[in-house]
Write a protein of this length. Structure first.
Lengths: 166, 484, 117
């Protein structure tokens, strides 16, 4: 096995094991902390694929931001640590069938199709390339993204605002 | 430095700048005095509407212009721009009275409504998948927040949460589908995707079909087609009524715009694959939407199921995949938009002290007490049913005609049968208004001038499309031709 | 590709290893002699009242939301900063538009008291 194959399997183990804890744990806090390992493992995959910018963003936004938000969300809620919040598996069997079916379909198609974007040349550092795409070809969605962030900001401020002045 | 032609973006830019101005005006207005939110909003939207009309009528002002391969101002875009800005303008006119009765006439609502409109405008003009996705998210995120703005009502909070969760789910499907098509064609540009799909090797076809399927799921959520409609009744009921109006009229139109541009415009070579799927969805959507509406006693929920049913009618038109079907859908979106804006708008205008007329008892005797309002509502309900002299009739005629021409006669028959079923629940409201004795005091507000203006426009458009549909049909045809 | 990341990996291993080592070592080497006073929540000052698992004010959530938005903003800035020298004024104006929009939202949030405690 090559070094990258070893790294891949180690990462896979980390991601799958921690994801299982996220889903199966009784304690919401434990789930949130297990998510830390999942997110970090995914960042590792990005590194393995040579997507250094994505890896950095994964750490910056998911590990550093979303996870904190989740933990706050848990703490905002009264006595949530004492509740068993796992969703009831009411339609487990049909759900499993649909999920398995979609997975098999996607996996089969993904592995058999000759992709137009092949495993060609990898840019050694992707960040500058992404910057050029942002400010060139994808300038408009790039600027539109700031509107999206602005809307999210207004929405958050509006929903969290004190009730009296509503 | 890439050459950027900003003209296709100008209407959206005006709306976005107005939204920012309204937002900051609200924040920097001293406590106690009112910020001129509605005036600013109407001015900005009217400016954007005028500009879109100018662009549509004269090529010199940017019709056909293209911004860096991301958005295009073709006839299709401009048709939708005029429609969507017009609908938002009506929603803005309806809002102040409604928010005064239901708590808090604040700048943020107008601002978010306009940002949502920016997303809709981008959605129908995008010719590239990343732009399309970002526009869709702008539209949706603004609406998630708007749904939850009635802080005192738990239904409103529930609507925001449900819409957010299902909407995020839908976005994920859409994005996955886009990623697969990108993987097939190596480009996010819709034109390149079309070429990639047209020249796909047999081994690549499953990928294209799977991408198509995921896109249908994503768009299915956004246009509220069965089986992706579960959120609709709760969200339509819980959201503030003026927001519901914008959702029912604007979001449906914008989502169908993008749906048409992707499927008719870029994936026609795969029509053998996606048309049967769409036809099946259209059939169950019409049946379940109409049967669901039969069981509702709350007017907003009834109209939500009616919105589901109409997604089915519109998809019935889409199976034709010709320019005639695109024309029929565009025409029907105008008729449907006006009617929904009018119906929800009248419900909102009548609301008083946090209550709205939502049951048959509430509207009983309205014909005697408020003849003008009852007559307007009757016009809208007749159009929703599809009875002649209304825009709804002409629209359904062309929609079902497109399905018949495509060989889907059975689908058209289901559509007609379901329209007959729908007459029961729509006309039940008319009967209550005219034939039943009013119960109790008349507790509802009198619509104010801006609200009356919006309702009047809706009635005029509905009857105008029914009596003299030719001009809009011609415009819809030109728009459809620029797409195909 | 991968060797570039070896220093980062070493850093991560050292960081995690040091934390784990400290905890394990102090557990093994320390000789715990608990007394009532030492085991109290606070060794000095007020006795603790109620549970530590109190609800946090919603304000934290808003601050966190704003943090994430600025976080994403920073993620957008990062590739821009790398190629900024090649872009010159064009790049500057583009980023200015981007930041103005977000700045407007920030000014709004500040002004309406979303950041007040």
């Amino acid at each position: 096995m090559t070094a990258s194959a070893v790294v891949f399997w180690v990462l896979t183990l980390i991601v799958l094991a921690s994801a299982a804890v996220v889903v199966l744990s009784r304690s919401l806090i434990n789930s949130a902390f297990a998510l830390l390992a999942t997110f970090s493992g995914v960042a590792g995959f990005y590194v393995l694929l040579g997507a250094d910018f994505l890896a950095a963003v994964q750490f910056l936004v998911y590990v550093g931001g979303i996870l904190i938000l989740l933990v706050f969300g848990v703490m905002l809620t009264h006595r949530i640590q004492d509740l068993d919040l796992r969703a009831e598996a009411r339609q487990l069997v049909p759900g499993l069938f649909v999920a398995a079916g979609v997975f098999i379909l996607l996996a089969a198609v993904a592995t058999r199709t000759p992709w137009a974007i092949g495993a060609g040349r990898l840019p050694s550092a992707t960040t500058a390339e992404i910057g050029r795409a942002f400010l060139g070809k994808y300038l408009l969605p790039f600027e539109a993204a700031s509107i999206l962030l602005l809307v999210a900001l207004i929405g958050a401020a509006l929903i969290v605002r004190k009730r009296e002045d509503a | 430095m890439p050459a950027v032609d900003l003209r296709p973006l100008l209407p959206a830019l005006i709306v976005a700048v107005t939204a920012l101005v309204v937002l900051l005006a609200q924040a920097f207005t001293p406590k106690g005095s009112r910020s001129p939110s509605m005036g600013l909003t109407v001015t900005g939207l009217a400016g954007a509407l005028l500009l879109s009309l100018t662009m549509a009528s004269d090529g010199r002002y940017g019709r056909g212009a293209n911004t860096g391969g991301s958005v295009v101002a073709d006839d299709f875009t401009l048709f939708f721009h005029v429609l969507l800005i017009g609908l938002a303008l009506m929603a803005a006119l309806l809002s102040p009275a409604y928010y005064r009765e239901n708590g808090g006439d604040r700048g943020e609502y107008y601002s978010l409504m306009m940002f949502s409109l920016v997303g809709m405008l981008g959605l129908v003009s995008a010719t590239e998948m990343i732009s399309m996705f970002v526009a869709l998210e702008i539209m949706s995120v603004a609406l998630y927040a708007l749904c939850g703005t009635r802080r005192d009502q738990v239904e409103s909070q529930e609507a925001a949460l449900k819409y957010f969760v299902t909407g995020a789910f839908a976005s994920a499907f859409l994005l996955f589908g886009m990623a697969l098509l990108y993987g097939l064609s190596g480009s996010t540009s819709l034109a390149r995707v079309a070429r990639g799909v047209a020249t796909a090797t047999p081994e690549q076809i499953p990928l294209a079909v799977l991408g198509c399927g995921l896109l249908i799921v994503g768009f299915g959520f956004k246009v509220a087609s069965v089986p992706f409609h579960m959120w609709t009744p709760d969200v339509y009921e819980g959201a503030p009524t003026t927001v519901t109006a914008l959702m029912a009229a604007g979001v449906k139109a914008a989502s169908f715009g993008a749906f048409l541009r992707v499927f008719l415009g870029s994936l026609p070579t795969l029509r053998e694959e996606w048309v049967p799927a769409l036809a099946a969805l259209a059939a169950i959507t019409m049946v379940i939407g109409n049967l669901g509406a039969l069981a509702q006693s709350n007017l907003k929920r009834m109209l939500a199921f009616s919105s589901v049913a109409h997604a089915g009618y519109l998809m019935t038109g889409m199976v034709g995949t010709t320019e005639a079907s695109a024309q029929a859908i565009l025409f029907y979106l105008v008729a449907y938009g006006a009617v929904n804006m009018g119906t929800f708008g009248l419900i909102a205008s009548l609301s008083k002290g946090g209550r709205e007329p939502l049951s048959l008892q509430d509207v009983a005797g309205l014909g005697a007490r408020r003849p003008a309002i009852a007559a307007s509502l009757t016009v809208f309900l007749i159009s929703l049913t599809g009875i002649p002299i209304s825009g709804g009739f002409v629209g359904k005629f062309y929609l079902f005609g497109a399905a018949v021409n495509a060989g889907y006669t059975g689908l058209a028959i289901i559509g007609v049968l379901m329209s007959v079923v729908s007459a029961y629940y729509y006309l039940r409201v008319v009967v209550a208004m005219y034939m039943r004795e009013p119960e109790g005091e008349d507790v509802w507000s009198t619509p104010e001038a801006p609200g009356r203006l919006a309702a009047l426009i809706a009635v005029a458009v509905t009857l105008g499309l029914g009596i003299w549909p030719a001009p809009v049909l011609d415009l819809a045809r030109a728009a459809a031709l620029s797409l195909l | 590709m991968l060797p570039v990341y070896v220093p980062i990996l070493i850093l991560a291993v050292v960081a995690i290893g040091f934390a784990a080592f400290t905890i394990v070592a102090s557990h093994l080497l320390g000789q715990p002699r608990p007394t009532d006073a030492k085991s109290a929540v606070y060794e000095c000052g007020m006795p603790a009242i109620g549970t530590a698992r109190e609800r946090f004010p919603i304000k934290f959530y808003l601050v966190c939301m704003i943090f994430i938005l600025l976080d994403v903003d920073a993620a957008f800035l990062y590739p821009w900063a790398l190629i900024y020298p090649q872009l010159g004024w064009f790049g500057f104006v583009e980023m200015l538009v981007f930041m103005t929009l977000l700045g407007g939202g920030f000014a709004y949030a500040w002004k309406v008291g979303a950041l007040d405690w």
